[in-house]
Design a protein around this ligand. Structure first.
Ligand SMILES: Cc1cc2nc3c(=O)[nH]c(=O)nc-3n(C[C@H](O)[C@H](O)[C@H](O)COP(=O)(O)OP(=O)(O)OC[C@H]3O[C@@H](n4cnc5c(N)ncnc54)[C@H](O)[C@@H]3O)c2cc1C
Length: 408
């Protein structure tokens, strides 16, 4: 008898943890599992700011997927998904191949939201993936080299758009990592300008006043120029224009102002609500019993009006429940409802301090930085056990990952 085919699209947080959970749940020979991802590596999105500034080795952030899964239980296919045919139950790949499925999980993540701001798509850099973060690193080095030729100060002005968690983490990493990078490339660090632009009246506006004040103080002490309460109007290769019509000459704008669900899923006949795949309380796509979706590309309503936020925490809590429900579906058993439990959020501000909230406890300073390390270590533990933590922190192979990240 043919075994049921389970196909997982995307090996980000949601996809890889679902495949690891399936490895544990499925009996030998019960189903064929295929994991499809466009790159050979899985990356730690929550650490991408380190790739941007070069403060972590590539292999600490991006890890080979075949090394993370059990090849006897999961088949890995490096390929880019182009579409899904729901009637034929087939996944179409770039290049023309198709992969049949009986059960499908769509976990294709997010895209950057530009809100239609002129020039962003063409000229700004995105902190979105390992590849796009590597492209920012390459851009910094390119601008360092060009500065040596023309001494144009705009080459040493780095602008971060968005003062949310990601923006703050990036600013802190810039401030801490830039002196070393400048030294390595013979650039006078005192000429480097780091500017943050946030449309709201403060950075991390959704946090308690005390955390906002702490973060603002730390960033200012780091000599970051904070501009709040002003929107970006447009961006060209040479400058950013902000309200009311201020021009900031720069060659490097890093856009970190929000995300939306991956738009590739829009034309597949799936129910799309608010730009994402609408799922029921079992993480099944609404009215399609053999297709599941989780993470940033899916819309899970926590109540009548509000959806869960696109965070790694949500994807990681959904993944084991989704795996259970896929297995229950193929065994004809009853499915489990997904319930989200918010554990808190912590952002690093450079190497030594952090800010956030865990449970009802507000954290800042060294304790905040330590908590961020604990959260990251916990993820590595779930992904590959204690050996992965040791390998990532102590025995990491520092050879660069093969990635083609072009500069603009
Ligand atoms: C810089 C940054 C910092 C963040 N920090 C935090 C944080 O501190 N805490 C937190 O909770 N959340 C954080 N987030 C959000 C978090 O990273 C996302 O919510 C999480 O990655 C969502 O997981 P996912 O599995 O849905 O998608 P992803 O992790 O994005 O995985 C999607 C996967 O699909 C692959 N893929 C996409 N398209 C295709 C295709 N066509 N074919 C094949 N493969 C494809 C991608 O390569 C990727 O591997 C951060 C996000 C960013 C960008």
């Amino acid at each position: 008898m043919n075994k049921p085919k389970i196909v997982i699209l995307g090996a980000g947080y949601g996809g890889i943890i679902t495949s690891k959970s399936l490895e544990k749940l499925l009996k030998s020979g019960e189903a064929d599992v295929t994991l499809i991802n466009k790159h050979e590596y899985h990356y730690i999105t929550t650490q991408l700011h380190k790739t941007v500034v070069g403060t972590a080795a590539d292999r600490q952030i991006a890890m080979s997927i075949p090394n993370l899964i059990n090849p006897n239980k999961t088949r890995f296919l490096q390929a880019t998904v182009s579409s899904v045919d729901l009637n034929e139950q087939e996944v179409h790949l770039e290049g023309g191949d198709t992969v049949p499925y009986d059960y499908l999980l769509v976990s294709l993540g997010f895209e950057v939201e530009t809100y239609g701001t002129p020039g962003i798509k063409e000229n700004a850099f995105e902190i979105r993936s390992f590849r796009s973060s590597k492209a920012i690193y390459n851009q910094i080095i390119k601008q360092f080299n060009l500065y040596k030729q023309d001494q144009d100060p705009s080459r040493l002005t780095f602008v971060v758009a968005g003062g949310g968690f990601t923006g703050v983490e990036l600013l802190g990493e810039f401030a801490d990592g830039m002196p070393k990078l400048c030294k390595e490339h013979n650039i006078p660090f005192e000429k480097v300008k780091i500017v943050a632009i946030e449309a709201a009246s403060s950075v991390i506006p959704f946090f308690p006043k005390q955390s906002i004040e702490y973060t603002t103080e730390v960033l200012e002490k780091m000599n970051i120029e904070l501009i709040t309460g002003r929107k970006i109007l447009k961006c060209s290769p040479e400058m950013v224009v902000i309200e009311p019509n201020w021009e900031i000459p720069t060659r490097t704008l890093i856009w970190s102002c929000g995300v939306k669900g991956n738009t590739i899923v829009h034309n597949w006949g799936l129910p799309i609500v608010r730009g994402k795949i609408a799922v029921d309380s079992y993480l099944r796509v609404k009215n399609i019993n053999n297709v599941f979706s989780l993470g940033d590309c899916s819309l899970f309503m926590k109540d009548e009006k509000n959806a869960l936020a696109p965070t790694a925490q949500v994807a990681l809590q959904q993944a084991p429940v989704c795996a259970k429900n896929i297995v229950a579906s193929l065994r004809g058993e009853s499915l489990k409802k997904f319930e989200y439990h918010h554990k808190g959020s912590v952002a690093s501000i450079g190497l030594k301090v952090g800010v956030g909230k865990v449970g009802s406890l507000s954290l800042s300073g060294v304790i905040g930085a330590f908590m961020k390390l604990v959260i990251e270590a916990r993820y590595l533990f779930n992904l590959g056990g204690p050996s992965l933590i040791i390998k990532q922190h102590f025995g990491v192979d520092r050879a660069p990952i093969k990635v083609t990240a072009k500069v603009k």
